[in-house]
Design a protein around this ligand. Sequence first.
Ligand code: ASP
Length: 362
Amino acid sequence: MHISIRRRDFIKSAAAAGFSAVVGDKLLASESSLPQSKAAVKPVVVSSANGLQATAKAMEMIQQGADALDAIVAGVNIVEDDPKDNSVGYGGIPNEDGVVELDASVMHGPTGRGGAVASIRNIKNPSKVAKLVMERTDHVLIVGEGALRFAKAHGFKEENLLTEESRELWLKWKENLSKDDDWLPPHDFESKDIGEGLKSYIRNYGTINCDAIDLKGNISGCTTTSGLSYKIPGRVGDSPILGAGLYVDNEFGAAGSTGRGEANLLSCSSVMIVEYMSQGKSPEQACIMACERIARQTKEKRLIDEKGRPKFDVRFYALNKKGDFGSASIWSGGKFAVNTGEKQSRLAESAYLYKREPRASN
Ligand code: ASP
């Protein structure tokens, strides 16, 4: 019965009204995965600031006709393999026992599929394993020992992911253990100066989120990380949780995150950003709205400063179906990597909710 309405008008009005249910319409879904005309498509790759090489690699592949997800995974593999990036893959800072545990997720817009692994040990490229979970299982998320066994069944080799540098960092932390770990003593809602309230000065966050739109106008994304440094073994952050650390809807766009995963797990920001974009917000506006949502939802005294602002940071990266892109973080000073077809990617400033002040708490 919507035959008399032109498809574009239907999507536009449904999106303006905020109806995500339109995505469930079979006709629209299958139509949307058809390639757009070449002129209409602006390929774009965005990522967190550590993705200059990753975004350049992904764009190079996209321009040769690669699917966005294949290109993104090849891009983030560079960061996973890099021993110097100690927030992702090989050389990642370990958990509190000195063991590197990795989290990763992928989402493939045109097929509406996703896959993820969490707390996987000894496998350097969790993004590849996440993609295999999507392609070769009937599941979406596999964790821990099961994820390792699944990877080995597919021929991945186990290797020690701890570099000398990350081991030394861990040892230093271990030797200085005090109230800076993740175990909280009994406390009440008003307690300050425990947990993140102290840790945000010294703890290491870092991850790569990378999202792209390819020549066919199809959108995909990936987030991969070693997670929070010195975490409690088995701790899972936002990166492998679809809806939190990554979300893609081929009709509207993609979004992903880095930063304090606990906050993002409680606000499911990536799916919200895509939803805000479906309602007509620009990628940057949508990312700012996610930051505002986290700020509003963070109430524990130990996590907020004297002005009620989160002491921690979370950063978002997003692009929409038209190829517009943007990024925002809770605190100023953030950057993101972007490539719109150049040989070399560039860093751009992220929008922000609060300006970092000298000696600010984050
Ligand atoms: N979001 C990641 C996590 O919480 C860490 C990070 O991005 O630094 O595991």
